[in-house]
Design a protein. Structure first.
Ligand code: KG4
Ligand code: ZN
Length: 338
């Protein structure tokens, strides 16, 4: 059978990314231009700045991706592009580019849900992985526990009722003046701290599958404020370790509970927080105990990239889905939604 070549574009937040894939799961190139340094001084992503940078970067990133994959635009079988969720202006840059390419080259266009892209990163990493499985999506903007019933078929079991998990990491790091994005910094500091030093609350709300991080976040902020008021020393390593432990314990336990109750033998992690070493260790330990396989992508595929978008787009493409020039950005697109 002829190989299928996917060209994928991602620009939903602060990474301008283009990837070329062969048969959906083999990366020929995966170029990521991150604007992280630029947004650092603002303590978070500034939407207007992100859109402008995407416009400046996208042609170069595309050229590099084609060059590294050693192909030309004519070799592509279809184009996959993130159309939501994300920042409207940022999404529009990648989407307009993808539409222009699809139109001028006369190639099929497939719009991809960014969150479904995160889940699909696992297919690239683990060549033998097939649905069904449970996936725990933990990123800067999302926290979902989902049943992946088939390629492109998702059922949400639970979601965060307030902050996303990554957002909670970022806010605590910011409160301690540690910089942006906070997740990787907290992760690094936590390794040198005592996770039992501070008793932060665990939100198991209703024993169901939803999450809440606002209580934990407030408890950590209150702890920091109280220490400052009393002029007492804050051991950032201990705060990081105790906060991380409280966050990952709930995430891991709920994912295991979902797999056990719904009868799945595999859990995948997806999204930026899937890089977290505490979460990986905790869920792997519980997985061993409950006989559940735990899988996660390597760090470069956990955070935003276009290869994951190409993989999700490939499965949409072979199932017959096509989009036309009316495809628009949907900033609040939900998983499983078309
Ligand atoms: O998936 P992602 O790149 O972007 C979104 O789609 O949101 O996730 C970014 C988030 C940020 O909140 C960042 O702090 C978090 O992932 N993150 C981490 C780690 N690496 C990235 N959080 C905890 N531990 C990490 N090692
Ligand atoms: Zn993302």
């Amino acid at each position: 059978m002829k190989d299928i070549i996917t060209l994928a574009i991602e620009s939903s937040c602060d990474e301008t990314a283009v990837s070329v894939l062969k048969n959906g799961r083999e990366i020929l190139s995966n170029i990521i231009n991150t604007q992280m340094e630029l947004h650092k001084k603002f303590g978070g992503v500034v939407p207007e700045v992100a859109s402008r940078k995407h416009i400046e970067n996208i042609d170069d990133v595309l050229e590099e991706a084609l060059k590294e994959a050693n192909i030309t635009l004519n070799d592509i079988d279809h184009i996959a592009v993130t159309y939501g969720p994300g920042l409207a202006g940022a999404l529009l840059v990648g989407l307009s580019h993808a539409k222009a390419l699809a139109y001028t080259l006369n190639k099929p266009l497939v719009g991809v849900n960014h969150i479904e892209g995160h889940v699909s990163a696992n297919y690239i990493e683990h060549k033998d992985l097939k649905p069904p499985f449970i996936t725990l999506i933990v990123s800067g903007g999302h926290t979902h526990l989902v049943e992946v019933k088939n390629y492109g078929e998702y059922e949400i079991l639970g979601r965060t009722r307030d902050d996303a998990s990554g957002e909670a990491f970022d806010k605590i790091a910011r409160a301690m003046g540690l910089g942006y994005p906070g997740g990787p910094i907290i992760d690094r500091l936590a390794k040198q701290g005592n996770k039992n030093a501070i008793e932060f609350p665990r939100a198991y709300i209703d024993e169901g599958y939803d999450f809440s991080f606002s209580g934990l976040k407030s408890a950590a902020l209150n702890y920091l404020n109280a220490k400052k008021m009393k002029n007492e020393e804050i051991i950032v390593e201990d705060v990081a370790a105790s906060f991380q432990e409280a966050a990952v314990e709930v995430l891991a336990n709920k994912a295991i509970k979902a797999a056990t109750e719904k009868g799945y033998d595999t859990i995948t992690l997806a999204g930026g927080v899937a890089c977290n070493s505490g979460l990986r260790a905790k869920i792997s330990e519980l997985g061993k105990k409950h006989n559940i396989n735990i899988k996660y992508p390597s760090p470069v595929l956990c955070t935003d990239n276009a290869a994951m978008i190409g993989c999700a787009g490939y499965y949409e493409f072979i199932s017959g889905r096509r989009d036309d020039m009316s495809l628009n950005a949907v900033p609040n697109l939900r998983i499983g939604q078309r």
